[in-house]
Write a protein that binds this ligand. Structure first.
Ligand SMILES: Cc1cc2nc3c(=O)[nH]c(=O)nc-3n(C[C@H](O)[C@H](O)[C@H](O)COP(=O)(O)O)c2cc1C
Length: 376
């Protein structure tokens, strides 16, 4: 497998399997002299950590991160900072139970990647899904914590806005609610209903999908390059790179198809700060692949967990038709823990484009073109 790296200037390479000794990543291209300790990374891993409520997998992983390289004490401040060298991060796997998978080691779970890994490589690590497991995404969350420190003033937040057929009431959206319930749901009332709903799904041995929305505030205008380096293109690729993601939208997304040109256009006016402002944000903060300075809004659809207790028809790797029941510990709705993962991937992509912008343009976006358009 030769594609374990993403990003251009801010490059992340991840390694490790679900039931191997450890997972980790190497972050290359992080600028020097950024304060960085494990304490800057751990809170984000704690958000994604399994086993924190009855609504996620009961695998107990502390997900304690260790920084192995790329940091040193800054003499002037006494603080630990990045040196510009590759930053290696490692997380031990503590609670793998590989025997849970011995019954299905030769069978393909429908909707999982067992068949495609086997047909491609002729070998697959069946223990916990090996590399196809979302265990790997912990390392991306760790990389995302570093990415967040690169773009000054950027704030990336995520929320679950739909579970199965249940959608939130957007008029009740409150970011403070997101940290108060186990679903990262911004609508407290819906969150209460989701608890009963998901209990029912889990007890019936089934699973359910979700829609996640990520909002990045404080993204400067001008990030992204037209055509082959579009910010929305890279965001879509990053979201699709998250396990179980089957759809991505930017701004109004698929809803834009039903809007008229007048409804869809984000009209412009001059703001009190002397900069252009938009009267709406159907564009999701991106036009022509380049950030507008508005919030970048990304949504993605996560499919229901494929490992379910309900028997499914399948085949094994020797061509026999059979049935499969997946025991072991699984998330009944993988969309919940996809929230911090989506946030991290958005942060990594924007940090990468921020550094690309600096490399090409130096100081950054050039509004208000004083040198080009003299004031009237
Ligand atoms: C946070 C998270 C946790 C996941 N946990 C499970 C799980 O417990 N069981 C499972 O079958 N799939 C789980 N998945 C999904 C699989 O990793 C994914 O469906 C599989 O790799 C196949 O890839 P694809 O769905 O992207 O095609 C999880 C996904 C995410 C994002």
């Amino acid at each position: 497998m030769s594609f374990n790296t993403f990003g251009h200037m801010f490059r992340v390479t991840t390694f490790g399997e679900s039931h191997g000794p450890a997972i980790g990543c190497v972050v290359d291209g992080c600028p020097p002299r950024i304060p960085l300790t494990e304490n800057d990374i751990q809170p984000f891993l704690d958000k994604r950590r399994p086993g924190q409520s009855r609504h996620t997998t009961q695998r107990q992983e502390p997900d304690s991160v260790r920084i192995l390289s790329g940091v040193f004490t800054d003499e002037a401040t006494g603080k630990q900072v990045t040196t510009g060298a590759p930053i290696a991060l490692i997380i031990q796997n503590e609670d793998a139970r590989s025997k849970d998978y011995s019954d299905i080691k030769d069978k393909y779970r429908p909707a999982h990647a067992d068949y495609t890994y086997d047909v491609k490589y002729g070998i697959r690590d069946y223990r916990g899904g090996g590399r196809q497991s979302a265990r790997e995404t912990a390392t991306r969350v760790a990389a995302g914590a570093i990415a967040r420190k690169i773009v000054p003033g950027m704030n990336v937040r995520g929320a679950l806005v739909q579970m199965g057929k249940r959608t939130i009431d957007r008029t009740r959206w409150d970011w403070a609610e997101v940290d108060k319930n186990p679903f990262f749901c911004p609508d407290g009332k819906t969150a209460v209903e989701l608890a009963d709903y998901l209990d029912g799904v889990r007890k019936s041995g089934s699973s359910v999908g979700a829609v996640i929305e990520i909002v990045a505030d404080g993204v400067p205008a001008g990030l992204g390059a037209p055509i082959y380096g579009k910010l929305d293109g890279d965001l879509a690729a990053a979201m699709m790179g998250i396990n179980a993601v089957k759809g991505v939208e930017i701004g109004a997304g698929f809803g834009a198809a039903a809007l008229s040109g007048e409804e869809n256009a984000d009209d412009m006016r001059m703001g009190n700060d002397g900069k252009p402002r938009f009267l709406s944000n159907n564009a999701g903060g991106i036009l022509g692949g380049i950030s507008t300075g508005q919030s970048v809004v990304v949504r993605f659809a996560v499919k229901p967990t494929s490992s379910i207790l309900t028997p499914r028809r399948t085949v094994d790797r020797y061509g026999n038709e059979t049935e499969i029941v997946t025991k072991g510990r699984h998330d009944p709705c993988v969309g919940i823990r996809a929230v911090p993962i989506g946030e991290a991937m958005v942060a990594c992509v924007i940090a990468d484009h921020y550094l690309r912008q600096r490399a090409q343009m130096g100081a950054g976006p050039s509004w208000p073109f004083e040198r080009l358009v003299p004031p009237i």
